[in-house]
Write a protein that binds this ligand. Structure first.
Ligand code: HMG
Ligand code: MG
Length: 297
C-alpha cells in the first residue's frame, strides 16, 4: 500500500549546488529558490551553515537566507554541523535545521572531521534547541560507504534511533554514493521496521550514481515511506564522496508520483522552468530524463 501523498524535500540549492566548482552568483541561487517556491514545493533545503573553507560554494548562506522570497507555508531549511552553524541559522530565521552524521566513522571523519560519536557531541547545542526550531537528522552512507564499503542495516538503525532519541522530528536515510538497489533498500527498511522505527518519520535520500534511485524510491513507497528528498535537474554530489553523482531529479520523482496518482502539490511545468533556469546558468543539460524530454519554457 503506497501513501496517498508524498512530501518532497527539495535539496537542490544545497546538495545540488554545494559541489559545483564554478562560483554561482548569490542572485542565481536566490532565483533558483524562488522558482522552486513557486512550483508548489513545501520543503526547500536552501543552504548550509558550514565552514566556508570546507564548502566554499555555501559561503553566502546568510545572504541567500536573507534575500529569498519566503512563501508562507514553505519550510526553508539549512544544514548545521555545530553550535556555530546553529547560531548563524537561527539569526537568519531558518524554518528548520538539519544535523548530518553517518553510519560510517570514516565518512564522518572526512565530511565533518570527527567520528559518529563525536558528531553527536557537536550536535548537542542543536538538539537542545529542538523546542525552538525543528531539527531534521541525516544519516549518510546507509547503503554503502566510499571508504568502508558495505554498511550493515543494524548500524544505520542504531544511528537513526539515536537521532530520534535526541529530538529529530524526521531522519533522512542517505544513499550518499547511490550504490543501493531495491534489494538493499528493502533489507534496510525491513530492519527499520523490525527495530520499531516509525517509517512515517523516515525520509529517503537517494543519489542516482548507479541509476537505481527511482526504483529504490518505489520500493520505499511500498514500505509506507512518504517523504522523498530530491534535487532539481538532478544536480549534486557530495564533496567527500568521490564519484557520487547528483541526487535523483525532482522532475523525475514528481513525474513518477503523478503517474501513480500520488499527490505532491508540485506543478511539474513550474518545476521544469526552475530546472531550466539553473541549467541555463550552469550551461548544461539537466540530469533528469523528464527535464530533457519536456524541457522548460
Ligand atoms: P573542524 O575543522 O573540525 O571545525 O571542521 P572547527 O570547529 O575546528 O573550525 C574550523 C574552522 O571552521 C574555524 O575557522 C571555524 O570558525 C570554522 P578558522 O578559525 O579556521 O578561520 N567553522 C565554521 N564556519 C562557519 N560555519 C560553521 C563553522 N564551524 C566551524 N558552522 C566542520 C568541522 C563541521 C565545521 C567542517 O568539517 C565543515 O563545515 N564541514 C561541512 C561538510 C559539508 O558541508 N558536507 C556536505 C554536506 S553533507 C552531505 O552532502 C550528505 C547529505 O546530502 C546526505 C547524503 O547524501 O548522504 C546530507
Ligand atoms: Mg546528499
Amino acid at each position: 500500500q503506497v501513501p496517498r501523498k508524498v512530501r518532497i524535500v527539495e535539496v537542490g540549492p544545497r546538495d545540488g549546488l554545494q559541489n559545483e566548482k564554478q562560483v554561482i552568483p548569490t542572485d542565481i541561487k536566490i532565483g533558483l529558490v524562488d522558482g522552486l517556491s513557486a512550483s508548489g514545493l513545501r520543503s526547500i533545503e536552501t543552504t548550509s551553515f558550514v565552514s566556508p573553507k570546507a564548502v566554499p560554494q555555501m559561503g553566502d548562506a546568510a545572504e541567500v537566507m536573507r534575500r529569498i522570497n519566503r512563501v508562507p507555508g514553505v519550510s526553508y531549511s539549512a544544514l548545521t554541523p555545530n553550535a556555530k552553524g546553529l547560531e548563524a541559522a537561527l539569526a537568519l530565521n531558518v524554518s528548520e535545521v538539519a544535523v548530518f552524521t553517518a553510519a560510517s566513522d570514516s565518512f564522518t571523519q572526512k565530511n565533518i572531521q570527527c567520528s559518529v560519536d563525536e558528531s553527536f557531541d557537536r550536535f548537542e547545542a542543536i538538539f537542545s534547541a529542538s523546542s525552538r526550531v525543528k531539527v531534521r537528522g541525516y544519516v549518510s552512507c546507509v547503503l554503502g560507504c566510499p571508504y568502508e564499503g558495505v554498511i550493515s542495516p543494524q548500524r544505520v538503525v542504531e544511528v537513526t534511533k539515536r537521532l530520534f532519541d535526541k529530538g529529530c522530528y524526521e531522519v533522512s536515510l542517505g544513499d550518499t554514493i547511490g550504490v543501493g538497489t531495491v534489494g538493499s533498500t528493502a533489507r534496510l527498511l525491513e530492519e527499520c521496521v523490525r527495530s520499531g522505527i516509525d517509517l512515517s518519520r523516515i525520509a529517503v535520500h537517494f543519489h542516482n550514481t548507479y541509476g537505481q534511485a527511482l526504483a529504490n524510491i518505489f520500493c520505499a513507497l511500498q514500505f509506507g515511506v512518504s517523504v522523498v528528498d530530491s534535487s532539481i535537474a538532478g544536480l549534486g554530489g557530495c564533496p567527500y564522496a568521490r564519484g557520487a553523482s547528483g541526487n535523483v531529479a525532482t522532475e523525475d520523482v514528481v513525474y513518477m508520483l503523478n503517474g501513480m496518482g500520488i499527490e505532491t502539490g508540485v506543478d511539474l511545468q513550474r518545476l521544469l522552468e526552475a530546472g531550466k533556469y539553473i541549467c541555463d546558468h550552469l550551461q548544461r543539460q539537466p540530469s533528469s530524463g523528464v527535464g530533457r524530454a519536456l524541457g522548460g519554457k
